[in-house]
Design a protein around this ligand. Structure first.
Ligand code: C2E
Ligand code: CA
Ligand code: CA
Ligand code: CA
Length: 286
């Protein structure tokens, strides 16, 4: 039922109502979920396009909800950001995945033998939280992992128009040797010249570009755009990672275009940490 003004009443829409209740329920359950250890992390390999070797993994958080089963991050990260729980949750993800990176390296035969690096997503709320740099330093030290094993992924939209206060912690982390990746690149409206001002060393090309390459040969305009981005990125000394690679044809076209690293279902879906170790090991044996 529509009111005279054309505004739909919340209560008159049972679906919206159910969504609101679930959202409310999830929001109130979030803090205890962290205390009860209901979150877990899946890892998705990052593969070098040139030689196909596994170079690292992105940590992707999930929530094993006692009633609703496994919930993806899109269901609860926005709520965690809204309530501020993202700060302790994000710290937990960082700690847990860095511990995992350490375990991979050890099982790989020592700190140097294991080339596996770990990518962790950072929400804008964590960026503006004053504890970020010290927390990261502490977590790395406790785990005995060097900063160069870590890459923090920040979305392009979080950094558009970012002032110096927001960039300062990222700069300090970058100076320590932590890589900063610009996630979902190409979806925002960032001024390409602006890239020079950001302390990033990796561009993660958004899945939408990869999708345009599902056909072979791909749309020539799509190819030109990706080629242009890769050329620009490399001229600024940035590595290019592509996400959402689902087919071998996509991987091959992206390799030819000069992209450095790829991630997607074609290689592996996100999975438990043991699987990544097995993949990397199989790889090392050739
Ligand atoms: P993202 O950072 O862009 O992560 C990539 C997403 O693409 C993941 O979804 C991944 O499972 C999915 N994906 C990977 N390969 C393919 C593919 O070949 N095809 C398709 N269609 N999808 C693919 P997921 O795990 O649902 O994560 C969604 C978003 O949630 C992430 O997007 C990231 O923004 C956020 N997120 C995940 N974990 C964390 C976290 O620990 N902290 C924060 N702040 N955000 C997180
Ligand atoms: Ca990411
Ligand atoms: Ca992304
Ligand atoms: Ca995305």
């Amino acid at each position: 039922a529509k009111s005279a003004g054309g505004n739909r009443s919340e209560l008159a829409d049972p679906e919206a109502d159910a969504r609101a209740i679930t959202r409310h329920g999830l929001t109130t359950a979030l803090p205890t979920a962290l205390e009860r250890g209901e979150f877990f992390i899946e890892y998705q390999p990052l593969v070098h396009l040139g030689d196909g070797s596994v170079r690292g993994a992105e940590a992707l958080v999930r929530w094993l909800h006692p009633q609703h089963g496994v919930l993806g991050p899109d269901r609860f990260i926005p709520l965690a950001e809204h309530t501020g729980l993202i700060v302790p949750l994000g710290r937990w993800v960082l700690e847990e995945s860095i511990r995992q990176a350490r375990a991979w390296r050890v099982r790989h035969g020592g700190q140097d033998a294991g080339p596996l690096r770990i990518n962790v997503n950072l929400s804008p709320c964590q960026l503006s939280h004053p504890g970020l740099v010290q927390d990261t330093v502490d977590i790395l030290e406790r785990a005995g992992v060097t900063p160069d094993a870590l890459c923090l992924e920040v979305t392009e939209s979080a950094l558009i128009g970012a002032d110096d206060d927001l960039l300062k912690p990222l700069r300090r982390l970058a100076e320590m040797g932590v890589d900063i990746a610009l996630d979902d690149f190409g979806t925002g409206y960032s001024n390409l010249a602006n890239l020079r001002r950001l302390p990033v060393s990796v561009l993660k090309l958004d899945r939408s570009f990869t999708q345009g390459m599902q056909q072979f040969p791909a749309d020539p305009v799509d190819l030109k755009i990706v080629e242009g981005i890769v050329t620009l990125a490399h001229s600024l000394d940035l590595a290019v990672t592509v996400e959402g690679v689902e087919t071998g044809a996509q991987a091959e076209q992206l390799r030819v275009l000069g992209c450095d690293t790829a991630q997607g279902w074609y290689y592996a879906r996100p999975g438990p940490p043991e699987r990544l170790h097995d993949l990397a090991l199989a790889d090392a044996k050739g």
